[in-house]
Design a protein around this ligand. Sequence first.
Ligand code: UDP
Ligand code: MG
Length: 170
Amino acid sequence: MPIEQLLILIKPDGIKKSLTGNILTKLSEARMLIIGAKAVKVSEELAKTHYHQLKDKPFFGELIDYIQGKIYGEPWDRVLAFVYQGEDAIVRMRKIAGATNPEEADPVSIRGAYGRITTKGVYENVVHCSSDLSEAEREIKLWFKPEEIVKSIYSTKKVVVEKEKREVWT
Ligand code: UDP
Ligand code: MG
């Protein structure tokens, strides 16, 4: 079986409901490796680029607010981002995550167990999970820098960055 990697996000509703542990436990049943992990405050630009394929949907604006955690505000307006790697990772992790609509999702899946549909009709389904290989590559490259992943998974190149202002510890 092919070794694949994908992006998984614990969305702001998962953070607010204190579900991080439960979600990671369910995902760990697939015995895959976490090769990247971090907390991210999602900018509007990142949100729109991440969901660019849905830009014409009527719920796009609500979706962008949702993934940024705007409805929850501080300190829940963030996501946890993970890169998982394993055999047949995409199909197997999507199965554990469950169907997009939490009411149609297998009740034992993450979305079936913990998701809800808001009064505005947004599917708050707790996790994002890349759905195919090319989407996974695009999303991993969008969310992570090469040095934030402990394995080399895509080709990289060395560039000299001059006069870049960077925050460092004092
Ligand atoms: N979504 C929604 N209503 C819909 C379809 C999607 O609110 O009718 C939201 C939901 O949070 C979903 C996200 O938009 O996870 C991205 O949609 P996609 O079709 O890519 O589903 P996914 O890949 O997340 O299962
Ligand atoms: Mg999708």
